[in-house]
Ligand binder design. Structure first.
Ligand code: AMP
Ligand code: MG
Length: 419
């Protein structure tokens, strides 16, 4: 039964509507749900996303520990001379006891013997036969002792779900004995270059042909975000084999990324075939480069049909695919920092939101200054080299002047001021 509200919803989701990039992003990010959980060994967990919160199951340290090599003593026993009655090394608990007039030799990290409440560092002592002489006027109770639970108390929240596991986080997990580690599954991604004109590496290039670069730049981009590239390849502009390949990759992947074949040409078959294989959400975005961007879903699989120009591919990756993959991987905050920057030179007007590749530097006064990377043609991949920002240039009729402020998405840290 067709109701008025269904047709209104259909109108709102007309895939041919020209969308603002923010609207297109909202659609993409709205479809990207965290993937399932798997348990992996600590050595496999780096840079994955924690799927469950980590709560300290025990105190850390679990015993009062020496933080210096020296002697465990009773702080205020009044005598500079103490008889050394044993040695407590890290890793052992010999059940030694210290009382006034006695001391136990101790190493950093070793448990403090019963009765002792302070450690005198070896530098402040001198051995005379089997006695230690302490050259320290006042010994404060607790000096050079790390009490039970000083770092973490049992029950303390340690890491939130969604935390990306770097070295410190992995170390905390290891220190609390949590293994295997529950993490989000890595997104399985397939990458397909389409186009009869494309030549694969190592093959001779005939007149009119071009070498496939998108497949390799996309695989590299995917590697930087921890996605698992399960397949990458090339397909000619032939309807039946292309349909079969797309169907296979959609079934086998969390994300499928194609390049080429989404413009207005006769051989733009990805665009033509996609409605048979998936629900097309949009295929036109008012952005430059990358206007004919097809986004579709099939079950849980996200499909990005990118245009063929190499810069369009990487801009679309940055604006749409990278944040979507971050959400799939369970990260709560997929956004790049978006900051106002000052243009170091004029920028020509544009009719769509333009994402210009730029180098952002902090100048001597602490201002972020942006210089674009030269020619911004969507075929000129060199415009990405060295870029640490995408300037977001809204459409308007007049030139942007040097000194004007625009927003920038920082894809790498700003550079320091030029010397
Ligand atoms: P298309 O979107 O298929 O019309 O392609 C637009 C432009 O990008 C054409 O000049 C293509 O030759 C070029 N192109 C398409 N795919 C690739 C690729 N995988 N690597 C490099 N250039 C490509
Ligand atoms: Mg093509």
């Amino acid at each position: 039964m067709v109701t008025a509200s269904t047709s209104a919803a259909d109108a709102m989701t007309d895939p041919d509507r020209l969308l603002h990039p923010d609207e297109a992003r909202a659609i993409v990010l709205g479809t990207a749900k965290p993937l399932g959980v798997e348990r992996v060994a600590l050595t496999e967990a780096a840079w994955r996303t924690l799927a469950e919160p980590l709560v300290a199951g025990e105190d850390h340290p679990p015993f009062p520990a020496a933080t210096m090599d020296g002697f465990a003593v009773v702080a205020d026993d009044g005598s500079p001379w103490r008889e050394v009655v044993g040695a407590q090394m890290a890793g052992l608990d010999l059940a030694l006891e210290v009382s006034p007039g006695l001391a136990v030799r101790i190493t950093t990290g070793a448990p403090l013997p019963a009765g002792a409440d302070a450690v005198v560092p070896v530098e402040a002592t001198e051995m005379v036969d089997d006695h230690v002489v302490v050259h320290q006027e006042q010994i404060a109770p607790g000096q050079y002792v790390r009490p039970i639970g000083a770092d973490l108390r049992q029950g303390d929240p340690v890491l939130d779900a969604g935390t990306v596991l770097g070295p410190a986080e992995i170390g905390l997990i290891a220190g609390l004995g949590w293994t295997p580690v529950p993490v989000r599954r890595r997104p399985r991604v397939s990458v397909l270059s389409t186009g009869d004109e494309l030549v694969q590496p190592g093959q001779p290039v005939a007149p009119g042909q071009v070498r496939d670069s998108n497949r390799f730049s996309l695989v590299a981009a995917l590697q930087t975000v921890g996605a698992e590239v399960v397949w990458s390849g090339h397909a000619p502009d032939e309807r039946d084999p292309l349909r079969a390949l797309l169907a296979e990759r959609i079934a086998a992947s969390d994300v499928v990324i194609t390049s080429g074949g989404v413009s207005m040409g006769e051989l733009d078959l990805v665009k033509a075939l996609l409605p048979e294989l998936a629900t097309v959400r949009f295929r036109r975005v008012a952005m430059k480069p990358g206007k004919p961007l097809n986004f579709a879903t099939s079950g849980e699989t996200l499909f990005f049909g990118l245009p063929g120009n190499p810069v369009s591919v990487l801009v679309a990756f940055e604006i749409f695919i990278r944040p979507a993959l971050a959400l799939l991987a369970g990260r709560p905050d997929p956004e790049r920092p978006r900051v106002p920057v000052t243009l170091a030179h004029p920028v020509p007007p544009t009719d769509r939101t333009e994402f210009q590749r730029a180098i952002v530097r902090v100048d001597a006064g602490g201002r972020l200054m942006a210089t674009t990377t030269g020619g911004q043609a969507s075929s000129r991949l060199a415009s990405f080299v060295g870029a640490n920002a995408l300037l977001v240039i809204p459409p308007r009729d007049t030139e942007y002047a040097a000194g004007e402020r625009v927003d920038a998405l920082l894809v790498a840290p700003p550079l320091g001021s030029a010397r």
